[in-house]
Design a protein around this ligand. Structure first.
Ligand code: GCV
Length: 665
């Protein structure tokens, strides 16, 4: 038998107690013939066998229920779509749901609760997903590489072919176990062979893949090349208002849906970073999105249109153009003109997944358009899955942010869940951090972000700590003391990373292209619109009403807060203001002293993370322990490099010495 070369992540259940138990299954309203239900039952059997008894028997023969507990699964309208209600008793477990996805999620909730320490009879939970759409976006290329991938190659593609094997099914299981219901398998930068995913060349394999996903309640989505009529259709235009182009798309979509009837729809990156789009033809983003939406509508498909549109050929000398403004400037005035099967997918911040950014003003800025939040669990700017950076606290901050778009239901969580507008096409998407590494995420601890995103998208009321504890219990099953050590490591890791990299919301300063390690001026004189504007007196970008006016894109309460350096949250000070090095922060320290202190502390705290990890050695499987240990040593190197380059740069620029007289070069 071939040995499995990939880990089971959080589904590698550990025995929590020993009990010889059998379960009788009673299905009311659901059928075992439904593949999602069949998989839910098989998950229950595998999970319970591993958690409490060596071999949990499943039987549907109720006449012979002697001694066995009952897992009673009942269809009911009283539980919302994809939600579940579970209740344990001395007789067994009652699971109620209104659809098959709800049953699957309910089974995973049972297993999770037991893995985390509950007895079956103590189960009691009713939950409806916070977000209708909970999606993963792969940036996998068809040659097998992954854009911004830090954990090996793609497990979907190799040499321009689609790969399907047992790993594919396990991946679908993992995703279902955290409530994911949509997956875009290919990079938003659709080039080369990927443009042909919507042709006969790939339909057979895609249909097989779609089937595997469907078995776990997941819809397959594809990223689309807006210029397909030219690149694969041989036309000379892809103008969205051209009749020939529209009829090309109509035919193409019909062909696609004949072969992939369950396809969820398309994700589109247009007019961004060299990708084609409607701007080329003097058309708006709405013209492009609506054309595709109309074409796909008869098949029940949706168009997810990204708002990451900005001028990436900016002149650094030009201080008026502000990349942060671009999304709002392009999309806000078209609010209300997007068709009802279009969703605008908006990155959490106005720039690009920095360690700290304000929330994009488009979220809630749009009031009549379906919106979806995009975050990045692939650690492009947050340590490449070398440095530990638990990102769930960042996502929580974004979700909790009050946009002030209306009196109630005005947080980002309200907007993207559909509560604000009462819409169903809404949700959260993450740029995923997986690859074909044995442990899926390169750094074993980065799996906490993968797990955490799904759990949070399903239930936005969970705290970052609750999610961390669940993940640790399911993955490592540590003694309580060690569990707390690891949990604290995760929870402080983002702060540590922020301390030794670019502070107070300024962002960037990373090595160009690769985005790991420091290069303070790496992007300062580039075309990408990502400047810190440091001179000998101060640093930061003036985005107030006297500067680029970005702060005024928010509703009044937030605009006023950000516009004034006194009320601007300090962690975002340099995002909104150009500040002298001698400016006193609330701590009483000058800005420059804060820079020095934060970088020295950040490096020391990175060493502290590594020490804490070493204290866990005897409790962590050896290979995982070593993999992570090696990464911590690289993280310390990275933190040192950041500390020394950053501090030296600003010491040389400002001429102001560190009050504590530490070594600066
Ligand atoms: C997929 C950033 C990344 C790009 C990425 C882009 C995007 O600019 O560096 O690699 O392209 O975001 O989100 O489209």
């Amino acid at each position: 038998m071939k040995t499995q070369t990939w880990s089971r992540l959080w589904l590698d259940y550990h025995k929590v107690y020993e009990e010889n138990k059998s379960y009788k299954i009673q299905l009311l309203g659901f059928s075992e013939k439904d593949r999602v239900i069949a998989n839910a039952l098989s998950e229950f059997k595998t999970g319970m066998s591993a958690l409490i008894s060596d071999d949990v028997l499943l039987s549907s023969d109720m006449d012979d229920a002697g001694g066995a507990s009952i897992l009673k699964i009942v269809m009911t309208d009283s539980v919302p779509t994809q939600g579940y209600s579970i209740k344990g008793s001395s007789e067994g477990i009652l699971l109620e749901a209104s659809d098959a996805n709800g049953v699957l999620y309910g089974v995973f909730a049972i297993l999770r609760a037991i893995a985390c320490g509950k007895r079956p009879e103590e189960l009691h939970e009713t939950l409806a997903p916070s977000n209708p759409l909970r999606m993963m976006n792969h940036w996998d290329n068809m040659d097998g590489s992954i854009e911004r991938g830090y954990s090996g190659n793609s497990f979907f593609f190799e040499d321009d072919e689609i790969v399907i094997n047992d790993r594919t099914r396990d991946y679908a299981r993992f995703m279902a176990s955290i409530g994911i219901n949509g997956i875009v398998i290919n990079n938003v930068n659709v080039k080369g062979a990927a443009s042909y995913l919507i042709t006969d060349r790939y339909f057979d394999r895609l249909s097989e893949l779609s089937g595997i996903f469907e078995d776990y309640g997941i819809r397959l989505f594809l990223s689309l090349n807006f210029a397909s009529p030219i690149e694969i259709g041989g036309m000379d235009t892809c103008d969205p208002l051209d009749k020939g182009v529209i009829s090309w798309w109509e035919k193409k979509t019909d062909e696609v849906y004949k072969r992939l009837p369950k396809l969820g729809g398309f994700l589109v990156k247009a007019d961004s970073e060299g990708r084609p789009g409607p701007f080329t033809y003097g058309r708006t983003q709405a013209d492009g999105a609506n054309m595709l939406a109309d074409v796909i509508k008869p098949y029940g498909g949706i168009i997810i249109w990204r708002c990451f549109v900005y001028n990436c050929t900016q002149d650094w000398r030009d201080k008026k153009t502000d990349r942060a403004r671009a999304g709002y400037d392009y999309f806000k005035e078209l609010d209300g003109s997007y068709h009802d099967n279009v969703i605008l997918q908006i990155k959490n911040g106005p720039m690009d997944f920095q360690i700290r950014e304000p929330v994009s003003p488009l979220l809630g800025g749009l009031k009549h358009t379906n919106q979806m939040l995009e975050v990045q669990i692939a650690q492009e700017y947050t340590g490449h899955q070398i440095d530990l950076c638990y990102l769930i606290p960042l996502y929580k901050e974004v979700l909790d942010f009050r946009t002030h778009c209306c009196a109630d239901n005005d947080t980002v969580a309200d907007v993207v869940s559909g509560r604000m507008m009462g819409n169903r096409l809404a949700g959260m998407a993450a740029v995923i951090n997986t690859g074909d590494d044995m442990n899926w995420t390169g750094n074993d601890l980065a799996a906490a972000n993968l797990y955490g995103f799904g759990r949070l998208a399903f239930d936005t009321t969970l705290t970052a700590k609750e999610i961390a504890i669940e993940w640790i219990r399911m993955t490592f099953a540590l003694p309580r003391n060690e569990e707390e050590v690891l949990c604290k490591m995760l929870l402080r890791s983002r702060g540590v990373y922020e301390k030794y990299t670019s502070p107070l919301g300024i962002g960037w300063m990373v090595t160009p292209n690769g985005h790991y390690g420091p290069s303070i001026d790496g992007y300062e004189y580039s075309r990408w619109g990502t400047y810190h504007r440091a001179d000998h007196l101060g640093i930061g970008v003036d985005r107030t009403d006297k500067g680029t006016g970005y702060a005024q894109q928010y509703y009044e309460e937030n605009a006023a807060m950000y516009n004034d350096p006194e009320s601007c949250p300090e962690e975002l000070l340099l995002f909104f203001h150009h500040i002298p090095y001698t400016f006193r922060l609330k701590s009483g320290k000058t800005l420059i002293q804060h820079f020095y202190d934060s970088h020295f502390e950040g490096e020391e705290e990175a060493e502290g993370l590594a020490r804490d990890w070493e204290s866990l050695e005897e409790f962590i499987p050896k290979e995982a322990y070593e993999r992570v240990k090696e990464r911590f040593s690289l993280q310390i190197d990275n933190a040192r490099e950041w500390r020394d380059q950053f501090n030296s740069y600003f010491f040389r620029k400002s001429g102001i010495a560190d009050e504590k007289g530490r070594t600066i070069y």
